[in-house]
Design a binder for this molecule. Structure first.
Ligand SMILES: Nc1ncnc2c1ncn2[C@@H]1O[C@H](COP(=O)(O)OP(=O)(O)O)[C@@H](O)[C@H]1O
Ligand SMILES: O=c1ccn([C@@H]2O[C@H](COP(=O)(O)OP(=O)(O)O)[C@@H](O)[C@H]2O)c(=O)[nH]1
Length: 481
């Protein structure tokens, strides 16, 4: 479609909507009364359509993001084979550490059979490398036989290559880093672990398991096992202590038959498995799609209440599931990090309440509510996505959990969404009073700056409330309505 025809279509749409809105506003009371009946039907219809669409939007990501193997779908496309390199910084890495024989490899294998994770055992990679026939290979063979730690340049290269070849983004790295040199060399590559799974197991239990492993390994003999335990205590435990100080260690009690589910829960609650993508897509998409329906409602005074019933009912449902009055596993999967129903009573509940209250308090005649919803959805949503992907190593000075990349994304995407939505409302003649484009741009810029600052604060689960309040208040002060 050419630019001229797009312009023509948009002009027709505008004049049709403006005409009907203006006409509806100007009609005398008798004809307005009869119009109201039609409009209330339309409002109801639009409400139902919005509710349907909101349900559709929230169900979409579930299909996209749940682990493929879990749903019996075809395995995901291998991006490396398809010719796309996955950037190092977008890799999500979990280090699996613990003494020799603590069960790291066993648990990792069980996990990868079910989930879209790649298990990279540093020991396995080194054992494969020692058969390569190179001088390095011979050195690795000797070092493994003596329970020594192979120099980082060999291990880090093998790990990096294996990650790139997999074409995937989520990795369980088992048995690495084993000492300070390993850790420093890995972090120099720009990659950082999300967290560390530490398999805690008594030496006697590990020794018994190793002696019964029977995999023909050159190092599973009493003498080397003793050396490996010593190396683990002297060189590897300090690494676990190092990450512990950063709050990154998740301890697994490995002296029992640890069910896979236990580790799965740890991975889920730390955002490695499961529906983070779904959560974000829902966070960004629901509000922005909801706003698209606002022009369809009647100019009558009850329209905003009808419109607010959509997020209102959804919020009520969140609350019902959150308190345990209803069960909805798929809602928990796509709306929470931990899969725990109580989490619905925090961020998701406030998200829904913010939409409901902003609709009723401001409605489409004021740019303030639209601005706040745009900031909450596009700004806050983009902040998390960009922060995780590009923010590593550049934390904000006042909050180490947030990054410059996240705050910049919040500012830019919040601003763009606010300008786009308010300008559309202005174009359709919905705002009262009308706002000139210059004022929309200037106000959106200031509000998005304030919202990005609010988003960067260490307010935990209150972030949806804080960003909505700051955006709505600053927009209200600047627009005056
Ligand atoms: N929870 C467990 N209980 C009993 N035996 C286990 C357990 N986990 C692993 N094993 C056995 O112990 C041995 C060492 O396990 P493995 O996963 O190879 O340890 P790691 O990778 O930590 O060296 C294997 O023979 C494995 O079958
Ligand atoms: O990052 C690593 C991982 C393993 N190894 C060597 O490989 C051996 C076996 O390690 P693996 O993780 O396979 O077995 P585990 O000791 O956990 O049973 C170790 O003792 C080390 O000699 C190493 O040097 N660096």
């Amino acid at each position: 479609m050419s630019f001229r025809s797009v312009t023509w279509v948009s002009r027709q749409l505008r004049s049709a909507l403006q005409g009907s809105t203006a006409a509806a506003l100007q009609r005398d009371s008798a004809s307005l009364a009869s119009q109201q009946v039609t409009w209330s039907r339309m409002s109801f219809g639009a409400g139902l359509a919005a509710a349907g669409l909101a349900t559709f939007v929230t169900s979409l990501p579930q299909a996209d993001c749940a682990p493929a193997m879990e749903k019996g779908q075809a395995p995901p496309i291998n991006l490396a084979k398809a010719g796309f390199a996955v950037p190092k910084t977008s890799r999500k890495i979990v280090f699996v550490l613990g003494g020799p024989g603590s069960g790291k490899g066993t648990q990792c294998s069980r996990l990868v059979a079910e989930y879209d994770l790649v298990h990279l055992s540093a020991g396995d990679l080194l054992r494969a490398h020692m058969k390569s026939g190179t001088t390095d290979g011979q050195m690795v063979a000797d070092m493994i036989k003596n329970g020594q730690i192979v120099p980082s340049y060999v291990t880090v290269n093998l790990l990096d290559k294996a990650m790139a070849d997999s074409g995937k983004t989520q990795f369980l790295i088992d048995g690495f880093p084993r000492n300070e040199e390993n850790r420093a060399a890995f972090e120099k590559t720009g990659m950082e672990p999300e967290f560390i799974l530490f398999f805690n197991c008594p030496e006697a239990v590990m020794e018994k398991r190793l002696m019964g492993r029977n995999e023909g390994r050159t190092d599973d003999n009493a003498e080397t096992i003793r050396k490996r335990f010593k190396v683990f205590l002297e060189s590897s435990m300090p690494i676990i202590d190092y990450y512990n100080k950063q709050g990154k260690v998740r301890k697994v009690d490995a002296d029992r038959d640890p069910s896979t589910v236990f580790i799965v829960d740890l991975l889920r609650s730390n955002g490695v498995l499961g529906p983070r993508g779904c959560r974000k897509a829902t966070h960004i998409g629901t509000g922005l799609v909801y706003l698209l329906f606002w022009p369809l409602y009647s100019p009558g005074p009850s329209a905003k209440f009808v419109c607010a019933t959509v997020p209102g009912l959804a919020t009520f449902y969140f609350w019902m599931v959150g308190i345990g009055a209803c069960r909805d596993k798929s809602l928990l999967e796509r709306s929470t990090r931990s899969g725990q129903r109580q989490e619905l009573l925090k961020g998701p509940l406030w998200y829904g309440l913010a939409h409901t209250l902003l609709t009723v308090a401001f409605w489409r005649t004021s740019p303030s509510g639209i601005t706040a919803i745009a900031m909450l959805c596009a700004g806050d949503g983009a902040a998390e996505g960009f922060g995780r992907r590009y923010g590593r190593g550049n934390p904000l000075p006042h909050n180490s959990q947030k990054t410059w990349a996240g705050s910049t994304a919040c500012l830019i995407f919040g601003f763009l969404a606010a300008v786009a939505y308010i300008q559309t409302a202005a174009y359709l003649g919905l705002l009262q009073p009308q706002q000139p484009f210059g004022s929309i741009v200037a106000t959106s810029a200031i509000v998005s700056l304030a919202s990005a600052a609010a988003e960067s604060l260490p307010v935990g689960e209150w972030d949806n409330v804080v960003i909505s309040l700051v955006a709505a208040t600053s927009a209200r002060l600047l627009y005056g309505c």
